[in-house]
Design a protein around this ligand. Structure first.
Ligand code: HEC
Length: 499
């Protein structure tokens, strides 16, 4: 009897559920969303809506966007048009991959290429009086803008719109004239900082990680997660040179986790997310003479490496694997040469180096625990761990400052940066730009005198500190400034910042 009642109850529930989720999400998408986000979900005037595109959006945030739209953008609210079960079904459907894997062929890449200013047509001198070597670019993720900041006057020079969801870590040409940016949805843009104008754009993929620029200024390499490709562009106008399928020795395709320019080696390095290989792509020989063909060479590893640090000469990679544990890869010997006793979840990608007691040390934050790990770069032993307020993401310094700055972004103390003495390895001070609000990502002026901190909120700011006294000097309002990059420190590969 009870079994029968339960069965009847389930039948009623099933009918109800079916009535309530009557609408087919694919049909709803075609009717309400495709015009802006593309019938294939690859984007249009709105961003791409594939599972990879939405990785950083929490479920609750996705529900909110669909229901309420996004104020001051073209994204409408659907809370009044579509019933809650329809919205919920649509949100879940967006998290699933299309039956046919989305394609982005070399032809599609070429068709997206736009040159707004042909090479050589704009004046080869800055259109403003600021020191072009001491400019910063600030990525404002809130409303997708970039601000160009004069590092001497500590004031904005210009602000312009970028592609949707630009990644942090734009790259400069060696002379500092051009900045190359990559967006989540695969757009690579080249911007002339001296003339404050875009010069070229191209869509290299559907979901892109980042770009690297060769030290000789000839190449831009983009790493994609969708499709599984590396795209080599001519830096001059961003035209396509080659699309490289990323496949391991066993034939498995892999997403790219990041690409780097190993300038002293005259090569690009590609870190791969799904196969235990690192690729090196030389673009010049040892004497710096350009190579005609840029062919990847795989270095086979024991483990997939998730996170990477290079020493200053780009001889060694310090890598952390997913299961924890770290290793040192010698790029000349093309093999693992040491293990690192790291423990925890080190964020090697934001490691920095300096000299201490005549030895080079490397320090990196930990994504899981409040501590900075300091490693000796000669014998790879752990010198010490410096306890901090909580798990953090970035560690930054400069050759001309005695301190390294660490955030605690992934903890309740996310509003405070701690300042560590690089010789005593002790916390000697802290700054809290705005109590209760996230502060992280420090970059120094060219001379190391000022530290620029991001208040990473929609109504945020760049807060500027005297790097010696830790006194606030100024704050400049910004819309979620996720990162800022100084031309001189990046192009000279300062040991105090990632490159
Ligand atoms: C009139 C054009 C338009 C229509 C119609 C539209 N969108 Fe959007 N949508 C946008 C734009 C533009 C954005 C980017 C907003 C911003 O700048 O944050 C966006 C953003 C989004 C985002 C957030 C993406 C992210 O990564 O932050 C989601 C999710 C989304 N739309 C889903 C939908 C769905 C589902 C529909 C249909 C029910 C839809 N949109 C209909 C234009 C549109």
């Amino acid at each position: 009897m009870t079994a029968l009642i339960r069965w009847l109850g389930m039948l009623v529930l099933a009918c109800f559920a079916q009535a309530a989720t009557a609408a087919d999400p694919a049909a709803l998408y075609g009717q309400h969303c495709a015009a802006c986000h593309g019938a294939d979900r690859l984007g249009g005037m709105g961003p791409a809506l594939l599972p990879e595109s939405l990785e950083r959006l929490r479920d609750s945030e996705l529900d909110t966007v669909l229901r309420d739209g996004r104020a001051a953008t073209q994204m409408p609210a659907f809370g009044a048009t579509l019933a809650p079960p329809d919205l919920h079904g649509l949100a879940r459907w967006l998290r699933s991959a299309p039956a046919d894997a989305p394609q982005w062929s070399a032809d599609a890449i070429r068709a997206s290429h736009v040159v707004t200013h042909a090479p050589g047509t704009l004046p080869a001198r800055p259109a403003f009086s600021a020191d072009p070597q001491n400019l910063f670019v600030v990525v404002e993720a809130g409303s997708h803008h970039m601000t160009v900041l004069d590092g001497d006057r500590l004031a904005p020079v210009h602000r312009f719109a970028t592609r949707f969801a630009l990644h942090g870590g734009p790259k400069f040409s060696r002379d500092g004239r051009y900045v190359y940016m990559a967006s989540r949805d695969g757009w690579v843009s080249k911007y002339d900082l001296w003339n404050l104008a875009y010069v070229a754009e191209i869509r290299v993929g559907i979901n892109t990680r980042n770009v690297a620029v060769s030290d000789d200024g000839r190449w831009v390499l983009a790493g994609n997660t969708l499709p599984r490709t590396l795209v080599l562009l001519h830096a001059e106008d961003l035209s396509v040179a080659r699309v490289i399928d990323v496949r391991g020795r066993n034939g498995d395709a892999s997403r790219v986790s990041a690409v780097y320019d190993a300038a002293p080696r005259h090569s690009f390095i590609a870190a791969l997310k799904d196969i235990a290989e690192v690729w090196e792509i030389p673009y010049a020989d040892a004497a710096g003479r350009p190579l005609a063909s840029l062919a990847p060479r795989a270095i086979v590893l024991d483990d997939v490496l998730d996170d990477f640090f290079f020493d200053q000469p780009y001889r060694h990679i310090l890598g952390a694997s997913r299961g924890g544990g770290g290793q040192v890869i010698d790029l000349d010997q093309r093999r693992k040469v040491a293990s690192l006793a790291l423990g925890g979840m080190p964020h090697l990608g934001s490691g920095i180096t300096w000299q201490r007691d005549g030895r080079e040390v490397m320090a990196s934050p930990d994504l899981g625990q409040g501590r900075i790990t300091v490693i000796d770069m000669q014998d790879w032993h752990t010198v010490t761990t410096v306890p901090t307020n909580g798990p953090g993401f970035f560690l930054r310094s400069h050759e001309r400052t005695p301190y390294a700055w660490a955030d605690a972004m992934m903890s309740p103390r996310r509003d405070t940066l701690q300042v560590i003495d690089k010789q005593s390895l002790r916390v000697v001070g802290s700054v809290t730009p705005s109590p209760g609000r996230t502060a992280a990502h420090v970059e120094f002026t060219r001379d190391g005198r000022y530290a620029l901190v991001s208040l990473m909120e929609r109504d945020g700011a760049i807060v500027i500190y005297d790097a010696a006294t830790l006194q606030e000097v100024k704050r400049i309002p910004m819309d979620k400034p996720i990162g800022k990059y100084n031309v001189f420190n990046k192009t000279t590969r300062s040991a105090g910042t990632s490159h």
